[in-house]
Design a protein around this ligand. Structure first.
Ligand SMILES: NC(=O)c1ccc[n+]([C@@H]2O[C@H](COP(=O)([O-])OP(=O)(O)OC[C@H]3O[C@@H](n4cnc5c(N)ncnc54)[C@H](O)[C@@H]3O)[C@@H](O)[C@H]2O)c1
Length: 256
């Protein structure tokens, strides 16, 4: 049990096929109290998540679900306050919420750019700011930000430049948090996944998908369980001396 009794918030977990869902399930398996949050969260979604985790783990579980649009600072503050008041502490935030859009740079409208930055970058910033208020008081806490390979290579697989730029900002944010709060024992790390089998890659044609996977050294897409494993490593004491890091989970797509 790597997260026994740890209070963990997982953002971006409404789909049973998401990285966030798989992370919530693995964290619960490792003894964590998990709060799943998403703009799409509601009682039905939470019940589905609970049902699926109980089926997979073969035990009755407790899990909280809170609806939150992370692009709104006040909503992020309210989410963190709710979790803090219920549990008295928060040990970990995994931010896996986000959107992806593709398209050439010159076709990206102001509205599309704003939406992308509001959710992927400002949303991550707000969530981190809100949870850091708690982490600073307790002098502990871990943040795992799910960025993207697009941040490292400049889009080109699924996301456009606005997506890549938003995730690049997330990497910089993560490093800044690691630098500014390390002296308090607070850690922040980022993961750069690529081609993980989730709803996010559903828009690709079979031909495009095949040509992308052909170019991956491991010759397949990654699974959400493999992403969850990396989140578990970064959330737990297994990675106690790791902060400000960017971990590649891409099957060797980008070896650098
Ligand atoms: N799947 C991949 O290959 C891949 C590759 C690189 C990066 N990522 C990143 O992984 C993360 C998880 O994506 P996924 O693949 O599990 O897809 P997903 O679409 O299942 O998960 C993203 C979740 O974010 C939620 N969300 C969107 N806007 C939100 C908002 N304003 N507030 C709160 N929640 C919001 C969505 O409802 C969704 O449940 C994303 O940040 C994505 O950019 C995924």
């Amino acid at each position: 049990m790597l997260l026994k009794d740890k209070v963990c918030i997982v953002a971006g977990a409404s789909s049973l096929r998401s990285i966030g869902y798989a992370t919530a399930e693995l964290f619960i398996k490792h003894g964590a109290h998990v709060v799943v949050t998403d703009v799409m969260m509601n009682d039905d979604v939470l019940n589905q998540i609970k049902f699926e985790i109980e089926k997979n783990l073969g035990v009755t579980i407790k899990i909280d679900g809170i609806q939150c649009d992370i692009s709104k600072k006040s909503k992020c503050d309210r989410l963190i306050a709710q979790v803090q008041s219920k549990y008295g502490t928060i040990d970990c935030l995994v931010n896996s919420a986000g959107i992806v859009r593709s398209g050439p740079i010159l076709d990206i409208s102001e509205a599309e750019l704003s939406l992308m930055f509001d959710i992927n970058l400002k949303g991550a910033f707000y969530l981190c700011q809100s949870v850091l208020e708690v982490f600073v008081k307790q002098e502990s806490g871990t943040i795992v930000n799910v960025a993207s390979l697009a941040a490292q290579r400049g889009g080109g697989l699924v996301g456009g430049a606005h997506y890549a730029a938003s995730k690049g900002g997330m990497l910089s944010l993560t490093k800044s948090i690691a630098r500014e709060f390390g002296h308090l024992g607070i850690r922040a790390n980022a993961i750069c996944p690529a081609m993980i089998d989730t709803p996010m890659v559903d828009g690709l044609s079979p031909e495009r998908l095949q040509s992308i996977t052909d170019a991956i050294p491991l010759k397949r897409m990654g699974s959400t369980r493999e992403m969850a494993g990396t989140c578990l490593y970064l959330a737990s004491e297994l990675s106690g001396f790791v902060t400000g890091a960017t971990i590649d989970v891409n099957g060797g797509t980008h070896i650098h």
